[in-house]
Design a protein around this ligand. Structure first.
Ligand code: 6LW
Length: 533
């Protein structure tokens, strides 16, 4: 593949952590937050000493009083936060698209964060805060078009007001300060200041393959803003680069000679338009300044050139789609594992009263973000002992209508293949004496379910359900107690990509169960396989 003249960008977190916002800590170092949509715990918070190596230190949303998550649908909930530090306190301003815009505060970014201060008079999404030198606090955010309280139509664009951060009161009528350079989805604005000059940065072009970031400046906070003639500041649109859909920037050290900029993008296989399914991940670059504008030698960035994109510490973190199933899981480290470097877990799922069917309707699921294209996700169950429910399995979860599952269920599936290699047919075992189970790989694509492959077996022996992630997608298989691996079939990963599945999230690899009873998954393991892309 030909790589264009573009610079390497360093990935600073893997798996979907979109819409990065950063600020400097008063004693040195940085804090970052990301969107989390319907998932709990939400609003992941990272810290870094150098802006390049980041560690997750907690979540700003950890309790129902902050995030009424029960009724969150796909890609609803928490969008595009902004984090700022002012006068001893960290402020986080963010949209919950199901409720409205809110502010949270904390004296320590790792938590605890306050309950929300709601900002009822600020419609639209992607709010940002700016603390000016004279004590004025501004809120800016984007509006896709609405009717204001006086019945006037508000055009799409970026709006500004003064805000009381202690009450959430919007102090004056908001003003439209920017319409973007194309008019296509100007969003994710941040106001920053350098000397006496106010700068407005915003994403544009939609968060998909047309994504970009632009910048403008003014000597007054409410404009008029002068567009940078070099816009877009960054974009990878219409390229074959591995990294696509770059934009949604925020900066630290904005007043200094070297400025740290973060943005997000999607890793892709070699197809265009972007078919990456891991989701939007954050990257960081440093830039310098010339004549009052950022000096970015190239607009394009890729994640493969410096080879360090994957050299991130692996982070297994269990999250759940925010539905009424939050709290039905207990996750514990697997004690029986000698190699302590590996992250291996036991997970118990309480499926009582849960009639959902994951491949069809969504269901209780607990998962970890897929952080590598090439990876292995597996979990062991003993069907007759640890699986009392109707169905228990593992999933590559894009959203509740786009899921790939490898699951076991009681009974012989109608479309189950005759399992020539199944353990109940081997070694002269009498299959009639044990209860019948079926392991199957299934895909739900846009709500349409199909079986990729299935195999029948008895319920007395443990099975390991397996999803092998590759640059092309997933290979589904099951390993039986005799060590044999039965391949159930491949599924293209683009089923889960946002070009197919829609929405703003990425892939979770997790375990699920539905029916009634407890399911015990043991040896639940996520393993990156190679540092490839
Ligand atoms: C977010 C918007 C965006 O609100 O995607 O890429 C939306 N930018 O700014 C959801 O993450």
């Amino acid at each position: 593949m030909t790589l264009f003249n573009c610079k390497p960008a360093k990935r600073i977190a893997s798996g979907f952590h979109p819409d990065p916002s950063i600020c400097e800590k008063p004693d040195g170092g940085y804090v970052m937050v990301n969107s989390s949509f319907e998932f709990m715990p939400g609003l992941p918070v990272f810290e870094s000493e150098d802006g390049e190596h980041w560690t997750k230190v907690g979540h700003a949303l950890s309790r129902p009083s902050q995030f009424p998550y029960e009724s969150m649908g796909n890609s609803q909930g928490i969008y595009a936060p902004t984090i700022r530090y002012h006068d001893g306190l960290y402020y986080l301003i963010v949209t919950n698209v199901n409720v409205g815009n809110m502010l949270l505060t904390a004296s320590d970014p790792s938590g605890e964060w306050s309950d929300p201060i709601w900002i009822p008079d600020w419609p639209g999404i992607d709010p940002s805060l700016f603390f000016d030198d004279d004590g004025t606090v501004y809120i800016c955010g984007n509006e896709s078009g609405c009717v204001d309280e006086d019945g006037n139509h508000e055009e799409a664009g970026i709006y500004l007001s003064r805000l009381d951060v202690t009450t959430g009161e919007v102090l004056d009528k908001r003003k439209r300060i920017c319409g973007g350079i194309t008019g296509s989805n100007p969003e994710g604005p941040h106001m920053l200041k350098r000397g006496d000059m106010y700068y407005l940065m915003w994403a544009e072009g939609g968060t998909e393959s047309g994504h970009m970031e632009n910048i403008a400046r003014s000597n007054k906070a409410d404009g008029p803003y002068e567009m940078y003639s070099g816009n877009p500041l960054i974009t990878n649109r219409s390229t074959h680069l591995t990294l696509q859909a770059i934009g949604h920037c925020d900066c630290a050290h904005f007043e200094d000679e070297r400025t740290l900029m973060v943005f997000h993008g999607t890793r892709n296989n070699d197809e265009y338009p972007a078919q990456g399914w891991i989701g939007r991940e954050p990257y960081a670059v440093w830039f310098t300044w010339k004549d009052g504008w950022p000096q970015l030698a190239d607009q394009s960035y890729d994640c493969t050139l410096n080879g360090n994109g994957d050299a991130l510490e692996h982070d297994v973190e269990w999250i759940t789609p925010g539905r009424d199933d939050y709290g039905r899981y207990s996750v514990s480290p697997n004690q029986g594992v000698a190699d302590s470097d590996e992250s291996v877990f036991d997970i118990e799922v309480s499926a009582s009263g849960n009639d959902f069917d994951l491949p069809n309707d969504g269901a209780p699921l607990i998962g970890t973000r897929q952080t590598d294209m090439d990876c292995l996700f597996e979990a062991a169950v003993v069907p007759g002992v640890s699986c009392e429910t109707a169905v228990a399995g593992i999933a590559a979860y894009g959203n509740d209508k786009h899921v790939i599952t490898v699951s076991i269920e009681r009974g012989a599936a109608k479309d189950s293949e005759s399992a020539e290699n199944a353990p109940n047919k081997q070694g002269g075992k009498d299959s009639t004496s044990a209860e019948q189970y079926t392991v199957s790989a299934q895909v739900n694509n846009a709500g349409l379910r199909s079986t990729v492959g299935s195999i029948a077996m008895d319920g007395s022996q443990p099975v390991t359900l397996r999803l092998l992630g590759t640059n092309a997608g997933y290979v589904c298989s099951v390993q039986t107690a005799d060590g044999l691996v039965h391949e159930l079939g491949p599924v293209p990963g683009k089923v889960l990509s946002f070009t197919n599945a829609g929405g703003f999230t990425g892939t979770l690899l997790g375990v699920f169960a539905h029916g009634t009873g407890q399911v015990k998954f043991s040896q639940v393991r996520y393993q990156p396989l190679m540092a490839s892309r």
